[in-house]
Design a protein around this ligand. Structure first.
Ligand code: SF4
Ligand code: SF4
Length: 238
């Protein structure tokens, strides 16, 4: 579903306990088995899985279904922050929190291409924007990106004030509750830029902690030589 990842997915038992807490069940919905991709069964996004019998019991190989299907958690099923209106069969949107291979997390809203505007309707749009803002702020102690998938269109990254095409890039805070996305030609270039940015933030924080009375421009003046050193060390090491 791209349920594949080396990062830490929930295990089946955890998913079962969360389902007990929400008291929810799939009923006649099988939307995840249509919208997500599952390499293990040769399934592309927005196509029914060959093992799915929608409305007639769902997964026909349930006890033998692939591990990725077992470890995948439907956001509506396990999280009552998503109200009853988020029942996927009703709203045409499947939500999940996906652990990426680099250890980051992405909140994904998979929209049924048969109703591609569903996510723009209320109350869905406001909730998606709310999730995106919380993720960017790291309100729950973890930062994450929020994306919209409407196969086969390009994925969209949700920012509080707009949506942009998602790809290799870095999301930068440019003002209070305001972020912009800088796109790069490759994932490597984005990682390199992100590492430099992180180093810069660290050095500035160090200088500010050591000299709490300095003005912002003085902090930058002091930080610049340390930053050059840090980048030179990094370039030599690479
Ligand atoms: S999308 Fe969620 S509610 Fe629907 S079948 Fe999949 S797991 Fe069940
Ligand atoms: S194997 Fe079963 S659970 Fe997995 S996508 Fe197919 S129908 Fe759904």
């Amino acid at each position: 579903m791209n349920k594949n990842s080396t990062a830490k997915p929930l295990i089946e038992a955890e998913i079962d306990s969360l389902k007990k807490i929400t008291g929810r069940s799939c009923q006649s919905c099988s939307l995840c088995c249509r919208l997500l991709d599952v390499e293990e069964v040769g399934k592309q996004p927005a196509q029914w899985c060959p093992h799915c019998k929608p409305g007639r019991g769902g997964c026909s190989i349930y006890t033998d279904r692939p591990q990725v299907c077992r470890n995948w958690a439907c956001g509506w099923l396990v999280n009552s922050d998503f109200g009853d209106e988020w029942f996927p069969q009703k709203c045409g949107i499947v939500v999940d929190m996906y652990p990426m291979e680099d250890g980051s997390i992405v909140a994904r809203f998979h929209v049924d291409p048969r109703t591609p505007q569903a996510w723009r309707n209320e109350p869905y749009y406001s909730k998606i924007k709310h999730v995106a803002l919380r993720g960017l702020r790291g309100d729950a102690g973890v930062q994450f990106a929020t994306v919209i998938s409407i196969a086969p269109r390009p994925w969209l990254l949700v920012l509080p004030h707009k949506e942009v095409e998602w790809g290799p890039g870095v999301t930068l805070m440019t003002g209070p509750d305001h972020w912009e996305f800088m796109q790069f030609k490759s994932a490597e270039a984005a990682v390199e830029f992100g590492a430099k940015l992180h180093a810069m933030e660290q050095v500035i924080a160090e200088v500010r902690d050591e000299n709490p009375d300095l003005a912002p421009m003085q902090i930058l003046d002091r930080a610049a030589p340390r930053l050059c050193e840090s980048w030179q060390r990094r370039e030599k090491a690479s």
